[in-house]
Structures are given as C-alpha cells and as structure tokens.
Design a protein around this ligand. Structure first.
Ligand SMILES: C[S@@+](CC[C@H](N)C(=O)[O-])C[C@H]1O[C@@H](n2cnc3c(N)ncnc32)[C@H](O)[C@@H]1O
Ligand SMILES: Nc1nc2[nH]cc(C(=O)O)c2c(=O)[nH]1
Ligand code: SF4
Ligand SMILES: [Mg+2]
Length: 215
C-alpha cells in the first residue's frame, strides 16, 4: 500500500478529550466529502473545512511506499521523548488510506494510535482512540467510539441546521461541540457555549492550538 501524506508534525492535540497531549499528527491527503479545491467548496458535502489536505507537499509529507516507511517517519518525528507515544491519524479523511498493516506497524513501535474521522468509513477495531466528527446528516458507518465531536453550528448540504440531539443515541463516551471556525467564529463560539449551558450532555471543545498559535 502506498500512503499519500500531506504533512507530519509534532504538536499538542488541540481538541476534545485528549486536548493538551503531545502527539505526532499524520495528515493524509484527500477526502471523500470535498476535493479540497476552493472553487468546489460551495458544492461539497462538507463546506467548512479548515484544512489544506491536497497533495503531499507539506512539512514531512510525501508518498510512502510501505507501512514501515511511514511508521519510521512518524517515529522520527516523535524523537527521543520518553513516555507513551501518541499518534493522531487525520487528514483529509484518513480512513481512505489507513489499514491494519499501518496500525500494527505503529503499535509495534509503541504508539497509541488515534484517528480523527468524518465517520463515513468503518474504523478498524485495532485503533486505540476514535474521534468521529459527523458532517451534516451524512450517513455514518462508524456509530461508536470514544468521542463524537460535532462542529457547531453547522448546516447540512440541504441547508438545514444540524440538531446535535440527533447524535446523542450513538455509542460514544464523550460528546463535544466545537465552534465552527471561519468568518462567524465569535458568533459560533457564543452559540456553542449557549447550547452546552442548556444541554449538559455536551461539552465545549475549543481549538486550543489555534488560541496559542501552534499547528
Ligand atoms: C480537518 S478534519 C480531518 C479529519 C476528518 N476528515 C474529519 O472531518 O473528522 C479534523 C477535525 O477538524 C474539524 N474541523 C474542520 N473544519 C473545522 C472548522 N471550520 N471549525 C472547527 N472544526 C473544524 C473536523 O470536524 C474534525 O473534527
Ligand atoms: N493541534 C492540533 N490539534 C488537532 N486536533 C485535530 C486536528 C486535525 O486537524 O485533525 C488538529 C490539528 O490540526 N492541530
Ligand atoms: S470531512 Fe474532514 S477533511 Fe474532509 S472536508 Fe470535511 S473537515 Fe475537511
Ligand atoms: Mg486541524
């Protein structure tokens, strides 16, 4: 399997339950809900993406011909740090490319393996930490996991506002609302805060890496 990776970088997880934890982020190229071209954003299934996942030209990115080559690059990025190694597989949509061979190669190197996914593809059960972030009412293939992180407020492609309550019957340990970043950021923070104040099942996830100016 050849893996196309936009970038590999070390940072602190900025979102959700593992927020504040040092991690290697491996951002895979490509997504099944948007092709990444600005001119096609308004017609895509997911229209608010804050990420460039096109190509392989980012820091540490490239095409990796074997799972061991990619695992080696991720290990090199972790460096000499002690403690439990942690890698977040993201994108783009990582599950277009992540396979059992890669997960096992990373776990053999002592990594706990997390995934950030839009939930439209099944997550291999060997993954250690599953974060699903639904996009509108796009049908979910992955209906369980450790955390569900809903960008809020959010319009479905049919232009109706997505109701967080729709997801509460799914089998997740944590339910997060993450204010949608973009031109209405302040308003969206207020909306998400108000929703959490009135619906105690939900917790607020701020994108803390953006607050402190790290990747
Ligand atoms: C760029 S996505 C990549 C992983 C996967 N494709 C997904 O959507 O979950 C990583 C995380 O950023 C969130 N995200 C994307 N655009 C955002 C925005 N404008 N504001 C807040 N969160 C955003 C996604 O919902 C997801 O939780
Ligand atoms: N620091 C940091 N934390 C993150 N958590 C999820 C991210 C993502 O883009 O998947 C992300 C990211 O891009 N940076
Ligand atoms: S599904 Fe994830 S990577 Fe794809 S466009 Fe939406 S937020 Fe971006
Ligand atoms: Mg991000």
């Amino acid at each position: 399997m050849v893996y196309s990776v936009k970038e590999i970088f070390l940072t602190l997880q900025g979102e959700g339950h593992q927020s504040g934890r040092v991690a290697v982020f491996c951002r895979f190229s490509g997504c099944n809900l948007w092709n990444g071209r600005e001119q096609d954003r308004s017609q895509a299934q997911c229209r608010f993406c804050d990420t460039d996942f096109v190509g392989t030209d980012g820091e540490g990115g490239g095409r990796f011909a074997h799972e061991n080559a990619l695992a080696h690059a991720i290990e090199a990025c972790w460096g000499e740090r002690s403690g439990r190694r942690y890698v977040v597989l993201t994108g783009g949509e990582p599950l277009l490319q992540v396979d059992l061979a890669l997960i096992e190669a990373l776990q053999e190197k002592g990594f706990e393996v997390a995934v950030e996914t839009n939930g439209t593809l099944p997550v291999p059960q060997q993954i250690d930490w599953i974060c699903v972030s639904p996009k509108g009412y796009t049908p979910l293939m992955q209906c369980s996991g450790h955390e569900l992180k809903l960008v809020y407020p959010q319009e479905s492609p049919q232009m109706e506002e997505v109701d967080p309550a729709f997801f509460l019957s799914l089998s997740f340990q944590h339910f997060w609302l993450q204010p949608q970043d973009g031109p209405n950021q302040q308003h969206n923070i207020e909306r998400a805060t108000a929703y959490c104040l009135n619906h105690p099942e939900w917790k607020l996830s701020l994108q803390t890496h953006k607050l402190i100016g790290i990747p």
